[in-house]
Design a protein around this ligand. Structure first.
Ligand code: ADP
Ligand code: MG
Length: 594
């Protein structure tokens, strides 16, 4: 084909694709514009998760007729004049792309009125084509209505999430904007029903306690740190409240909410000894860094930035975090407890007292208790003759060959089982092994009727965020199908009514939060593999963790169950469950053989 310059319609749609990925991106761009316009109040209204209608009303500075016509043109902005202005940027927007991009893939109507004007104006676009500009009655500020998003880009429309999932993500986004802009009144409604109303001038601390469902003010430590030109301000949550994902490590740089692996990692390292494996802390940080030290122009929707001195920022954030988080332990020892942090870190792990970080109270030891082992014998006998797979026959072939079995020799680091399997030295990762066993149980549950459930009469009430709650309502049947029965209490409260026999209540609560977090994070897509990812997470939560001491009988039972699995050599995530050293490997190790 010869080279041609694409027509305007095509190039606009292509350019829009980068900025407007989904309803959330529209809301993000429009809310940023309202904040840039100095609004004291921003309200967002969605229909069908924003796919049919998104309405945004603000009381910002508004636009004249001429400005309205310019605003919908590409690269039209009132916020910068030259590239150098990016260094001293004081606004969220600067690319001049949002309105034309949204206009290109929807029906867009903007009504706006300056504060001292007698009336306003309305501009209407359809698929990027200007339809009309008229005088119109209007309130002071700007009213934007986006209808039929992606009506002319069917491929994009096909890849959209469900309305409830999109509403959940928009809720998550707006609740965080409300933290950074606490003087702005934010209101969100969906399908005519209020989702939240954050009145202005509530302290950041109060908004945060509400968002993270904290009851004790001592669970938040405030930090205000300044060094040379950098300032780090914000809140760290007590490490006794952790999450199954990184969603609650919230970072703003110069007023812009950004996704920064660097900052997340720095916060995690700062919390390091106090947060268990696969758990994540909660923190809200506002960084102020000179504009000359960052590059904001690296991402079309401006959610990523680059730091000129990344190493320095990393160290400062990590050290500020570590210094603040340590103060929680002071509070504990001031409470008269003899335990210091390293013990607290082991809370809930075997062989150590279960230790409540906040009260300093020591609960009964969990040593020896092994959730997940009841019912294995039944499972083992039921499934033994149904299984056939390469992994299994390889293992069983080796065993059958010498008619031997497994003898546990030791448990190392409370994590690895070392044993003799037919003259082979094997080292088994106890968590990975148990995950495989639990996972295959769940797969079989799909084929058979759900087996043993345990009812919970007095379970804790699960308090979720608005976003999590909206999503859970939609996913209730799915959890039920895996034996986790939930009851909606109204609002964002749920109670766990029943769980599979192999799980503990605490694991079930964490499982629910983790699954919802993954969905909100966009890490898990909806569709055919969703059940699969729930099974994997359930296997993980329903399995003994690394760090639990096992008796020789428990080790033997676990390995026997593992060897009955379809694929005894890998955990459901694909990692190996065991390392084997046969005669040959051992001989090579000691140079008896080349
Ligand atoms: P950018 O925000 O990068 O400048 P946009 O396409 O988002 O680009 O907006 C273009 C211009 O329209 C802005 O620079 C601003 O002057 C004007 N504008 C957009 N939204 C509003 C609003 N809600 N209130 C007042 N002016 C607005
Ligand atoms: Mg903008």
């Amino acid at each position: 084909m010869p080279i041609v310059i694409l027509d305007r319609d095509t190039s606009e749609k292509i350019a829009a694709g980068e900025v407007v990925e989904r309803p959330l991106s529209v809301v993000k761009e429009l809310v940023e514009n309202s904040i840039d316009a100095g609004s004291g109040s921003v309200s967002v209204d969605l229909e069908d998760g924003g796919s049919s209608v998104i309405r945004i009303v603000d009381d910002g500075c508004g636009m004249t007729r001429d400005e309205l016509e310019l605003a919908v043109c590409r690269f039209a902005t009132s916020k910068i004049r030259s590239f150098d202005d990016l260094e001293s940027l004081a606004t969220l927007g600067f690319r001049g792309e949002a309105l034309p991009s949204i206009g290109a893939v929807s029906t867009l109507e903007i009504t706006s009125r300056l504060h001292d004007a007698e009336h306003g104006h309305r501009i209407t676009l359809e698929g990027g084509v200007k339809k009309s500009v008229k005088e119109a009655a209007a309130e002071k500020g700007t009213f934007i209505e986006v209808r039929q998003l992606f009506f002319n880009t069917p491929a994009r429309k096909k890849f959209q999430k469900s309305p409830s999932q999109e509403t959940a993500q928009i809720t998550h986004f707006l609740a965080r904007m409300a933290l950074a802009y606490s003087s702005v009144h934010f209101v969100l409604s969906a399908n005519g029903r209020p989702v939240f109303n954050f009145p202005p001038a509530v302290s950041e601390r109060e908004r945060l306690m509400e968002l993270w469902k904290l009851k004790d003010a001592d669970d938040l430590k405030e930090v205000d740190y300044r060094k040379r030109s950098i300032s780090i301000r914000g809140f760290f949550c007590n490490p006794c409240h952790t999450r199954g994902n990184r969603l609650e490590i919230i970072t703003f740089v110069n007023g812009r909410m950004i996704k920064s692996p660097l900052l997340m990692q720095a916060v995690q390292e700062g919390y390091q000894p106090f947060v268990p494996d696969r758990k994540f802390p909660q923190a809200l940080l506002f960084l102020e860094i000179p504009g000359s030290e960052i590059d904001v122009n690296v991402h079309p929707s401006k959610v990523e930035i680059r730091f000129a001195s990344a190493g320095q920022i990393f160290r400062e954030v990590r050290d500020v975090t570590a210094g603040t988080v340590r103060k929680f332990s002071t509070a504990v020892s001031a409470g008269g407890s003899a335990y210091s942090f390293p013990v607290a870190y082991q809370a809930g792990k075997p062989g150590y007292p279960d230790f409540d970080l906040r009260t300093g109270e020591v609960r009964e030891s969990r040593q020896g208790e092994l959730p997940g082992f009841s019912g294995y014998e039944e499972y083992v006998s039921r499934s033994a003759d149904q299984l056939t797979s390469a992994g299994k026959s390889e293992m069983q072939g080796a065993i059958a060959g010498s008619g031997g079995s497994f003898f546990p020799l030791a448990q190392i680091l409370n994590t690895y089982i070392v044993g003799d399997m037919n003259g082979e030295l094997v080292v088994v990762d106890q968590h990975a092994a148990h995950e495989r066993v639990t996972y295959e149980r769940l797969v079989r549950r799909d084929e058979q009727s759900p087996s043993s459930l345990q009812g919970l009469l007095f379970s804790d009430v699960l308090e979720l965020s608005d976003a999590e709650s909206a999503l859970l309502m939609e996913k209730l049947p799915l959890f039920t199908s895996y034996g986790v029965e939930l009851e909606h209490f109204g609002g964002n409260s749920f109670r766990i009514r029943a769980i599979p026999a192999f799980m503990s209540e605490r694991d079930a609560g964490e499982l629910i939060r983790e699954v919802l977090g993954d969905l909100l994070d966009g890490r898990e897509r909806e569709g055919a593999d969703f059940g699969e990812s729930v099974r994997r997470l359930m296997a993980c939560h329903g399995s003994i963790q690394a760090g639990r001491r096992l008796t020789p009988e428990e080790m033997t039972a676990l390995i026997q169950s593992l060897l009955k699995c379809d694929d005894p050599l890998h955990c459901p995530h694909g990692r190996p469950t065991m390392a084997r050293f046969g005669k040959t490997e051992l001989e090579k190790l000691f140079k008896r053989r080349i």
